[in-house]
Design a protein around this ligand. Structure first.
Ligand SMILES: [Zn+2]
Length: 130
């Protein structure tokens, strides 16, 4: 996942892809070409996305899929402000204070991984919206 975001900015900037032919923006970058028009190679440019978006849907899981996964956790479908829709874990364990359309911001968290020790992972954090 390390190549999907730029470290050192807050919120972290996401490495997406923009098509020079049809202007479609994709995240994560699609190595096979533009998802809209099929352009490949030099027609695709790296495109930094602001790590901000809005909740489309979310669900809390209370049963851990493996012993080393802390539960509960909440997965969300997020429409990034730049257009692409991503699925990601949220920083809050449950969805009790969330609403559809609520603003979220990308954050990097250190997470214990059973195989590789501590790992930096991309999550989304709900933001207070006035
Ligand atoms: Zn295209």
């Amino acid at each position: 996942m390390a190549d999907l975001y730029v470290e050192g900015t807050l919120p972290p900037s996401l490495r997406g892809q923009r098509c020079r032919v049809c202007n479609a923006v994709t995240f994560p970058p699609n190595p096979y070409g533009c998802e809209q028009c099929g352009a490949t190679g030099a027609d695709l440019a790296e495109h930094a996305l602001a790590g901000r978006g809005r909740l489309r849907a979310f669900a809390t899981t209370f049963l851990p899929p493996r012993k080393d996964v802390p539960a509960p956790f909440t997965v969300a479908s997020i429409t990034l402000d730049d257009g692409p829709v991503v699925r990601a874990l949220l920083t809050c364990p449950t969805d009790e204070s969330l609403r559809i359309g609520g603003a979220v911001q990308a954050v990097l968290v250190e997470q214990q991984s059973s195989e590789n020790g501590m790992q930096t992972q991309l999550r989304f954090e709900p933001k207070e919206t006035p």
